[in-house]
Ligand binder design. Structure first.
Ligand code: NAP
Ligand code: HSE
Length: 433
């Protein structure tokens, strides 16, 4: 039985989940893998809080983990770029395998860290950084390594999916739904990363880099969060047969890669439309398997702890077999990321306008003169100003933006209240649309 010492950098939601699973499943892991995981020490800020580990196993000094020869695997579950990056670098250089749940760090600094891990012949695994308990990274890196993935459609932020579900099903406000997500341990330390779309963007950059074999820089990802979504948009989109989700979308075509995170309308019959609450899902497309969907809890103590545990066991197995460092960076080419103006979509547009004769005609003229063809038009409300809702046919985003700039300048238009992209109708739409 190989004894493997674990040191944790952080013992909050995810760290505690990992400890619980290591304690509960110790015997099972020993029987299945022939390795015995020993929880040695955890780095924290506050030594006085009650924890799952004993007082003697807690420290505020990272060197007690990074320089301890009885620790072979360091698990970084503290979050943020620094000091996490420095600690991981030191752990790798000290000959330790590293597991992290830190999507921000991997999205921003993953290339440098993975290169270092390969140089020093150590594992750097990060399964929990994307989609909580769903084992999507190892699936892409191993099971689907011979496939040409063409599309990724992900609900990969549990907090915003929980918020949108509560807003549409219970009429909750964004603020009260966010507070509930924070109480349940789903949200990031700074929840603006969730609601503004950055958490999903970090995860998409990681997924797209692996799926398309080309490193996607985080500043190339187009990011829009859910802050602009109003109850009207949820109501009208439901009436139009759509469900609103914060989708992370990656597409790979001969021209280049699209990587974007934004509120998206999908047909109510699309499998992703049924993914509610804190659940995440990753929907993949390619020319051989067609469509695959992975579904599970995207955040929380035990689901995320389970993904971290899978990496810890993979590191343990690599240590035993002497193949550490063999599955680090999988990017093999550099593909261009296409600008948003080149993206082609259908769009939902909500305008707030005066209710007067000729208004609709002038707005339709702006759409038409910019090549935007309309599929549906609905007026909502009787008291001025009223909502005018349009759904377009597929059009280039640059043309839609030009039309909206002209429309916004019309004297009877109060505002362009929202522009939401429509996706997923090719496979799961109705013939009428
Ligand atoms: P958390 O509950 O806030 O826990 C963070 C832990 O790190 C705490 O124990 C904290 O110590 C410790 N810590 C933070 N900064 C430190 C520092 N400078 N020095 C020493 N200790 C420090 O966070 P979490 O929710 O577990 O998330 C951890 C990581 O997992 C993040 O990268 C997050 O993005 C990722 N993740 C989280 C989830 C989720 O569902 N929560 C899911 C997937 C991935 P104290 O306890 O003393 O404050
Ligand atoms: N804050 C993240 C979420 C945690 O809500 O999905 C999982 O990464």
């Amino acid at each position: 039985m190989k004894q493997i010492g674990l040191g944790l950098l952080g013992l909050g939601t995810v760290g505690t989940g990992l400890c619980k699973l290591v304690m509960e499943n110790k015997e099972l892991i020993e029987k299945r893998m022939g390795i015995s995981l020993e929880l040695k020490k955890a780095l924290v800020r506050d030594l006085n809080r009650e924890r799952i580990l004993s007082q003697g196993q807690l420290t505020t000094d990272p060197n007690e983990i990074l320089k301890d020869p009885s620790i072979q695997i360091v698990v970084e579950v503290m979050g943020g770029v620094e000091p996490a990056k420095t600690y991981i670098t030191e752990a790798l250089k000290a000959g330790k395998a590293v597991v992290t749940a830190n999507k921000e760090l991997i999205a921003k600094e993953g290339h440098e860290l993975l290169t270092l891990a390969t140089e020093v012949g150590q594992d750097l695994y990060f399964e929990a950084s994307v989609a909580g308990g769903i084992p999507i990274i190892r699936t892409l890196k191993e099971s689907l390594i011979g496939n040409r993935i063409t599309g990724i459609f992900g609900i990969i932020n549990g907090t915003t999916n929980y918020i949108l579900t509560k807003m549409s099903q219970e009429g909750s406000s964004l603020e009260s739904a966010l507070a509930a997500a924070q109480r349940k341990g789903y949200a990031e330390a700074d929840p603006s990363s969730d609601v503004e779309g950055w958490d999903a963007a970090y995860k998409l950059a990681i997924l797209a880099s692996i799926a398309f074999g080309s490193r996607v820089e985080i500043d190339k990802v187009h990011v829009e969060g859910i802050c602009k979504i109003e109850p009207e948009d949820l109501k009208y989109s439901q009436e139009l047969g759509y469900t609103l989700k914060l989708l992370a979308i990656g597409k790979n075509s001969p021209e280049g890669i699209q990587v974007r995170v934004h509120p998206t309308l999908i047909p109510q019959q699309h499998p992703l439309a049924t993914v509610s609450g804190v659940y995440n899902a990753v929907f993949l497309e390619d020319d051989s398997f067609g469509e695959l969907m992975f579904y599970g809890r995207g955040a929380g103590e035990l689901p995320t702890g389970s993904a971290v545990l899978s990496d810890v066991i993979a590191c343990g197995r690599d240590l035993v077999l002497g193949k550490a460092g063999s599955l680090n960076c999988t990017c093999f080419e550099e593909r261009p990321v296409l600008p948003m103006d080149d993206v082609q979509c259908k769009y939902y547009v909500r305008l707030v306008v005066d209710d007067r004769p000729g208004v609709l005609a002038k707005i339709a003229d702006c759409f038409g003169s910019n090549g935007v063809s309309l599929a549906q038009v609905i007026q909502k409300g009787y008291e001025e100003p009223v909502d005018l809702v349009f759904v377009s046919h597929r059009v280039q985003e640059g043309q839609m933006k030009k039309a909206l700039a002209q429309i916004e300048a019309l004297p009877f238009v109060h505002k362009v209240a929202n522009l939401i992209r429509v996706e997923g109708e090719e496979q799961f739409g109705t013939a009428a649309r």
